[in-house]
Structures are given as C-alpha cells and as structure tokens.
Design a protein around this ligand. Structure first.
Ligand code: NAI
Ligand code: MG
Length: 369
C-alpha cells in the first residue's frame, strides 16, 4: 500500500465532487481541511452521471490523469443507473455510440486500488476492515444462461437459463497484498490483532487458498496476533460484541458485508468513510451515495465526507490535521449537537459546517492556552 507522504510536504489533492449531494459535502470537507491547517492544493475535476449525459464519458480522460498525478483523491459521490437508463438519458447526438462504464469501478481498476479500508469506531468498538477490492465473487466472471461447455467442466451442473454461475476468484497475489496491507497497517497504528474472515471449511478451494496465504503473511508479522473466523460467526458476534475486534481482513463480498455491519453497529453509516488504496494511488470517499432525493436542499450530512478528508490527511502525512477533524466530528456526535436530519437532528449542511469550524477554533484555543 502507498507509502504516506513525508510530513511537512505539500500535498496535491484531486477533488472529484460528482453528482447529487457529492459537491455539497466535498465542498465542506475541503473547507474543513483548510481550516484544520492542511498544507496542500486542491483542484476540482468532473466525474459522474452528469458528465455521461452531457459528454458520453462518466470518467473524463483529464480527470483520470489528474487522479494519477495527485498525491490523493477526494471523491464525493456519483449517481449510477442501469445501462437502459444510461442510453435513455445521454444527449441525443451521442445515443448508441458509447457504453456507460462505472467511473468508480474504472478508477479502482486504472489506479489499481486493491484495498478498501473502512474504519468503524463507536460504542466502545474501534475496528478497521481491509476488504480485497479486485477479485473474489465480484471478479465479474458470470454466466447466465450457463453453457454446455461449463456443464462439462462441472458435472451435475444443469446448463441453461435457469442456472446461473458467478465465479469466485481468489489468487495468491491478490490475497497476499491485501493481507500484507492489513498487517502493515496494524503495525503502523499500534493495533494488536488481525482476523481473517472466511469460510474455508465450505469454500475449500477459494477459502482454503485465502487462509493459506493469510497464515504465510501472518508469519512475517509475528508482533501482531493473527487468527481466523467463519464469516457467519463474525457477523453474529459483530452484531452484539463489536468491541472484540481490531483489524479484519476479508475477500471482496465478505468484506463488503462485514464493513457495512461494522459501520452500522458502531454508529451508523452516515459517518462512514473509506479509503481505496493501491501501491501508488489513494482515493478517499464517504460511503454514502449521491442521495438524489435530498440533493440541492442544503440538508446533506457532510460528516462522512469530513471523515474521509481526515483519512486523506493522515495518509499524506498530516496526522495532526486528521486528528483535529476526527475530534471535531466526534464532539458533535457525542454531544448530539448540530446534527443533520439523517442523524436525528435538524441542522442544515451549513449549520453542521459552522459547528465543526467552531469546534476547530475551540480546539485551537485550547491548544494555545
Ligand atoms: P444513497 O446513499 O445515495 O441514499 C440512501 C438514503 O440515505 C437516501 O434516503 C439519502 O437521502 C440518504 N443519505 C445518503 N447520504 C446522505 C447524507 N450525506 N446526508 C443525508 N442523507 C443521506 O444511496 P441510494 O439511494 O441507494 O443511491 C443513490 C445514488 O447514489 C444511486 O445512483 C447509486 O448508484 C449511487 N451510489 C453511489 C455511491 C458512490 O458514489 N460511492 C455509493 C452508493 C450509491
Ligand atoms: Mg457495501
């Protein structure tokens, strides 16, 4: 995973606001970074549904290049719809000439962002999920109707439209790098335990390889405790005792599920943010989508985007800035002050921002005193 930028350096941040509430929440996140003393430059680049509709490319080449050139990417949210809607909503003169491709999936592939990192802290729990992001059950090898050819490979499989197959692909390379990232993170952040969440007793081929590689990587990091659990047991335990976990590592689908449960049991998805990390690039985003139902109303919750900005700051070597932002968010949440509507409060986006800025000022005054 990307080596953090040396402290003191100025970071180049590509901001991709996207659609719906994406621009509303990223604007707040950028202003909060600046108010917290972030050293860096911000450039905005278009991405998403509006780009697709107007120009037939949801991820413009110049935007992709800007992401490659940046030290980190701050992503808002995009609207994404099925192919039929994509064809219907694109500007008439481009209709039928281009195919919609998800800009998020493309960014992950183009920048090789293989690790999806989701912290979840609250209610006494503090865990981080490392989800493999390029293979597993989401590798995209699917078949329906299933063919005779496939049925020959797997005796007992009835080919045709009523049988569907999604291949779960686990590779030594894919598993080694996500496990390595999880253990390195644990060491760098004073965490004591990494747990593999799998199902090797049933998924013998894929789960078996995953466990084998996990144990090999664990042996190279003896200072961190390593263990493994079955996905069903982890989900059950997370629901009642999330405090027992530290760092979780999982293949794509299991990581998807476990990270959502972890976010929910530790305080809900409204605050959740994630990092998408590769060896050379890093992208940070709130977990929520573009929320078209409330876009433009000035009531979007910016706390997820601010948490994403905090992760970004830490990643580029400005841990103190990340700490300030996290503490400002935590203060609002714990005091149940100036909370937005989706968290049971009545504050507008602007009021949440003002409360966060006041909190930063308060922290600064405290530090100066
Ligand atoms: P969503 O997260 O956009 O919205 C779900 C519900 O939560 C809505 O009622 C929305 O108003 C509310 N909500 C979400 N974020 C909020 C915020 N920051 N403040 C206040 N309320 C918030 O998910 P949904 O509705 O399934 O998808 C809407 C669009 O977003 C779709 O086009 C979907 O494809 C896209 N999407 C994009 C993601 C991304 O850019 N990473 C992730 C998830 C969905
Ligand atoms: Mg999910």
């Amino acid at each position: 995973v990307t080596q953090p930028t040396t402290a003191g350096q100025t970071a180049r941040i590509a901001v991709l606001p996207g659609d719906g509430i994406g621009p509303e929440v990223t604007a707040v996140a950028v202003r909060l970074l600046q108010a917290a003393g972030f050293r860096g430059t911000f450039t905005e680049h278009p991405v998403g549904w509006s780009e697709w509709c107007a120009r037939g490319e949801a991820l413009p080449a110049a935007t992709l290049q800007a992401c490659r050139d940046a030290d980190a990417v701050l992503f808002g949210a995009i609207t994404s719809k099925p192919q039929a809607a994509a064809n219907a909503e694109i500007v008439a003169h481009l209709r039928g000439t281009v195919r919609y491709r998800s800009p998020i999936l493309r960014l992950r592939q183009e920048l090789d962002l293989y690790a999806n990192v989701r912290p979840a802290a609250g209610h006494g729990a503090d865990l981080v999920t490392f989800r493999e992001n390029t293979e597993g059950l989401y590798a995209g090898h699917e078949q329906r109707p299933t063919t005779q050819e496939l049925a020959r490979l797997f005796p007992g499989l009835e080919p045709g439209p009523d049988t569907a197959v999604s291949l779960r692909v686990i590779t030594r390379k894919g598993m080694a790098r996500i496990c390595e990232a999880a253990f390195r993170f644990a060491e760098a952040n004073g965490r004591r335990r990494v747990t593999l969440v799998e199902k090797p007793n049933v998924l013998r081929a894929t789960g078996g390889l995953a466990l084998e590689v996990f144990r090999e990587v664990a042996a190279r990091h003896p200072a961190v405790r390593a263990d493994d659990e079955n996905i069903d047991a982890t989900c059950a335990r997370l629901a009642t005792r999330p405090q027992g976990y530290d760092v979780l590592v999982a293949t794509n689908l299991f990581g998807d599920i476990v990270s959502d449960i972890a976010a929910e049991v530790t305080g809900g998805l409204p605050l959740a943010a994630s990092a998408n990390l590769g060896d050379r690039h890093a992208l940070f985003e709130p977990v929520h989508g573009s929320a078209p139902d409330i876009a433009g109303q000035g009531i979007a919750n910016p706390l997820g985007a601010v948490s994403a900005a905090a992760m970004l700051a830490r990643h580029v070597g400005q841990a103190a800035v990340g700490e300030r932002l996290d503490r400002a968010v935590a203060a609002l949440v714990s005091e149940r002050r100036s909370l937005p509507r989706d968290m049971g409060g009545a504050a507008t986006t602007a009021q949440v921002e003002a409360a966060l800025l006041a909190q930063l000022d308060g922290l600064r005054a405290m530090n100066a005193a």
